[in-house]
Write a protein that binds this ligand. Structure first.
Ligand code: SAH
Length: 395
């Protein structure tokens, strides 16, 4: 192992010693003698010369994303063993079954692979790089994914055009690194889902709502359900399986609405009590009649993509929840979510509280929700926790 060395300023080694996986640019005392490029592997040392591990260098406020805390060689063996560890965890979670083949295999820092996301849909893995270092490692990672014993991965689709820092000028192409197009019907808890990783958002599907969808199914019996921000209709198909008497799915994207209709038809045929509408959420909520739905899901896109947007985001969550709550009859259930990483659990709960108070409803919290176990949070990196939700009983 012989990587360029970044030396930290005095005292700045503490957070790395506590296993936090990032080095901020302000902590750097001395850059390597030799030129380093974005995405290079570097070794990080304390001001005393002690090795603190190895990571990917990047230009920006996070200067190094740590890959190991020991001076390891970063190559085939490293990626192979990290991916095998990640796969073992998903097996232990019971996610790889005949009736479930959609799961997140790598969740960045939560799997000690900062900057890397891998979602698996049957025989296809969708790989997303969020750092230049992972972009350069994509071919090794793809090869190691296909070699993973027991995972059955045959195709690897690389999809990082919108996730890499645009200033890095890497010009990533969305393309198959290994294999080619495969049937894109994934199975989640026995429900079939058409996943479009080529054209869809993120890796094509939101695997992070799996557990919460199952909970919705339990509440759905005999209820009239509104699935707002439905995307591909994940919550809608669970609601139908749970015995909802009517399900309405709403999304501003016509493509999403078409996919939702398709997913309902694939599971329940053409006669299911379901309709989907391509309409803006606020417009739909303003125009829907009082008491139309007694089970509502609000799963909007991230309102705050960075810290500076938090205030506006909180106002957005308050407004959205107030508009829904004021029209829900006594005895309704509301599933409400935020996937903004910059918004904390407490802030989100306060926004929902403000909505309840604003419309003067009696509201109780039945469940507090989060991301599922295949999106693990590294305890030394609380920033990895992003999804939060509440199930509310509205009177
Ligand atoms: N609940 C979904 C994921 C939602 S992602 C699931 O379980 O898979 C957020 C969705 O909100 C996207 O599909 C996006 O098209 C939609 N969206 C964004 N802005 C919107 C708006 N103003 N009104 C309605 N839908 C919107």
């Amino acid at each position: 192992m012989n990587y360029p060395v970044i030396t930290l300023r005095r005292g700045k080694e503490e957070s790395l010693k506590r296993f936090h996986p990032w080095v901020f640019s302000g902590a750097i005392g001395k850059m390597p003698e030799e030129p380093v490029e974005e995405g290079d592997v570097v070794e990080v040392k304390s001001s005393e010369g002690e090795s603190l591990g190895v990571g990917h260098y990047q230009i920006g406020s996070i200067a190094v994303r740590m890959l190991t805390n020991s001076p390891l060689q970063i190559g085939d063996e490293f990626y192979g063993s990290r991916l095998a560890d990640a796969f073992r965890l998903r097996q232990a979670l019971g996610l790889i079954r005949e009736d479930n083949n959609a799961y997140r295999l790598v969740h960045g820092e939560g799997d000690f692979l900062p900057g890397l996301i891998v979602d698996v849909y049957g025989h296809t893995a969708v790989l997303q790089a969020h750092s230049p270092g992972m972009h350069y490692a994509r071919n090794i990672i793809a090869r190691k994914l296909v070699e993973l014993p027991g995972a059955g991965i045959e195709n690897v689709y690389y999809k990082s055009e919108t996730t890499l820092p645009y200033k890095a000028a890497l010009d990533p192409q969305n393309e198959y690194i290994i294999g080619s197009y495969d049937t894109n019907i994934a199975v989640e808890n026995g429900l079939k889902l058409h996943v479009d990783w080529l054209k869809g958002q993120k890796t094509g599907f939101f695997v992070d709502q799996r557990d919460n969808r199952l909970l919705l199914q339990k509440f759905a019996g005999g209820r009239k359900v509104l699935n707002m921000f439905c995307y591909t209709g994940g919550f809608s198909v669970y609601a139908l399986r749970g015995g909802a008497t009517l399900v309405h799915s709403v999304d501003s994207s016509a493509k999403a609405v078409a996919l939702t209709r398709e997913n309902v038809a694939v599971n329940f045929g053409e006669d299911a009590p379901h309709e989907a509408f391509a309409v803006d959420a606020f417009k739909y909520l303003a125009e829907m009649p009082d008491g139309a739905y007694d089970l509502v899901v609000l799963d909007p896109p991230a309102f705050a993509k960075h810290r500076g947007a938090i205030r506006n985001a909180l106002r957005g969550y308050q407004k959205l929840n107030a508009r829904a709550m004021e029209k829900m009859p006594k005895g309704s259930v509301l599933f409400t979510f935020s996937c903004s990483q910059a918004v904390s659990k407490e802030q989100f709960r306060l926004a929902v509280f403000s909505a309840a108070a604003q419309v003067g409803r009696r509201v109780r919290i039945l469940h507090q929700l989060t991301q599922p176990a295949d999106h693990p949070v590294n305890i030394y990196h609380p920033e990895g926790e992003y999804l939060k939700g509440l199930i509310l009983y509205i009177e």
